[in-house]
Design a protein around this ligand. Sequence first.
Ligand SMILES: [Fe+2]
Ligand SMILES: [Fe+2]
Length: 165
Amino acid sequence: MSGTRRLMPRLGWDDGFALGEQQMDLAHREFVDCVDALLTSNDEALEVALAVFERHARTHFAQEEEAMRSSRYDSARCHVEEHAAVLESLRQVKAALVQGRTEVVRAFAVALADWFPGHTEVMDKGLASWLARQRWGGTPMAVTRAIGAAPSRVGGPRRPVHAEA
Ligand SMILES: [Fe+2]
Ligand SMILES: [Fe+2]
């Protein structure tokens, strides 16, 4: 890390991410944790955080893509392409880290935190609705908070804040 003190971007869970599909919601909570770990790791921990993120992302995306295949989801193409684009970026980021370019990993983590809300709101929500319609003939309902429960989101805005001008 440089000697300059910077605001650290964070990604925290937001109940607005919940889709009402249990497997997807669990994967998304894990995604948020993995990305936040990438955002907050020091240089020495970045390689492990990136490996954990990769393991998570491959499983997460494969689960969704299997759900698309098995349910004959008719809007799968763009969704699968977005997943593939993330994995391709990850491949390049891993190569950069081998060369010691930690700033590339940090930029990737910020990009992931920025990408996730939109992907979830559009692509994953569309899939969740499709799965619920296939199963029950309805749209999934996300029950996210009990009365009186503390908000589960921590760590600031769900979109990262760039400290640099
Ligand atoms: Fe997802
Ligand atoms: Fe997805």
